[in-house]
Write a protein that binds this ligand. Structure first.
Ligand code: PBG
Length: 326
């Protein structure tokens, strides 16, 4: 009797939940929050519908809105009052992120992650200290080793403010060990470290750079972020960060790099995070606006696919909207 194999038997409404291999829940999600030292009221982010930059005095309210949907974890990004070549507002005790983290951890039970990078704080928009003639010589960019101490200082200042976890995203070689040692030395052995271990030089970050005002003033990030053509290199990056003491390994962006999420899942016992980035969010919104896609269904399918590929947690701008439904 043909067909003998009938997978459709397991697709009735009654049995589908029993055989479902992957699930998505609010507890898998981390919601980004943008805190803006230059704003005195909430400012909508045009390229990311539904998201706003909020003044520091609104940070707690913003986080409580997110927690009401069931999402308990947030990652905090800052827009400083001023920028300079060394990104000093990234590691200032009274920096915008430090003030926001202090308020959020004092007044809410949220799990708070600090993004550790300099690009939002440097006037040139690169993720670290740059060579003096980098502007005219495109082969030059971030001075790796000189940047390490500043990233470590940024992480410690966020931990001092109460961050539960720090997440270095500068793609500076050696940043995980530099930060881990600095945290431990400052009495923050319990602060977790999620490394943006595998961060590609991606065109999908476009809307974020508007949101956080962190686009490079010249050149691009190809000398420090990974080449999208490379797959084996992702394992090498992840291995280095695991060795240096990362607690969680992240792949970024998410959907275009599902193969990488799968590779890391197979190779490591660490929790794997995926960053469903601003471009992934913006493109679904743009298509839905035109009536070409169902926003909620495609957003859900995107995040479920990241879980299926092997992600344990997902940083996503859809967190709030989807959590309500989960
Ligand atoms: C660096 C950082 C960026 C993002 C998160 N952290 C920008 C970049 O590397 O250019 C992008 C996130 C997104 O696109 O959603 N501070």
């Amino acid at each position: 009797m043909h067909p003998t194999d009938r997978p459709r038997r397991l697709r009735t409404d009654g049995v589908r939940p029993l055989v479902s291999e992957t699930s998505l829940s609010a507890s898998d999600l981390v919601a980004p929050v943008f805190v803006d030292a230059t704003a005195d009221e909430r400012v909508p982010i045009e390229t990311m519908p539904g998201h706003e930059r909020v003044p520091v005095d609104q940070a707690v309210a913003r986080v409580e809105e997110i927690r009401e949907t069931g999402v308990e974890a947030v990652i905090v990004f800052g827009i400083p009052e001023s920028k300079d070549p060394e990104g000093t507002r990234a590691y200032a005790e009274d920096g915008v992120v430090q003030r926001a983290i202090r308020a959020i951890t004092a007044d809410t039970d949220a799990y708070v992650v600090g993004d550790v990078c300099l690009c939002e704080y440097t006037d040139h928009g690169h993720c670290g200290i740059i060579e003096s003639d980098a502007e005219t010589d495109p082969t030059l960019t971030v001075k790796n080793d000189e940047t390490l101490a500043l990233l470590a200082e940024t992480a410690v200042s966020q931990a001092d403010a109460g961050a539960d976890m720090v997440a270095p995203s500068a793609m500076t070689d050696g940043q995980v060990r530099a930060i881990r040692e600095a945290l431990d030395g400052a009495g923050h052995a319990d602060v977790a470290l999620m490394s943006y271990a595998v961060k590609y030089q991606s065109a999908f970050y476009g809307p974020f750079r508007d949101a956080a005002d962190g686009a490079p003033a010249f050149g691009d990030r190809r000398h420090y972020q990974m080449d999208p053509a490379n797959r084996r290199e992702a394992l090498r990056e992840a291995r280095i960060d695991a060795e240096e003491g990362a607690d969680v390994l992240m792949v970024k962006p998410g959907l275009p790099y599902l193969d990488i999420v799968g590779d890391l899942r197979r190779e490591f016992d660490h929790p794997i995070a995926a960053y469903n980035v601003s471009g992934e969010y913006a493109m679904l919104h743009a298509a839905a606006d035109k009536g070409w896609l169902d926003l909620e269904a495609t957003a859900h399918e995107s995040l479920l696919s990241l879980k299926r590929a092997g992600a344990d947690l997902i940083v996503t701008y859809f967190a709030e909207d989807l959590a309500d439904r989960l």
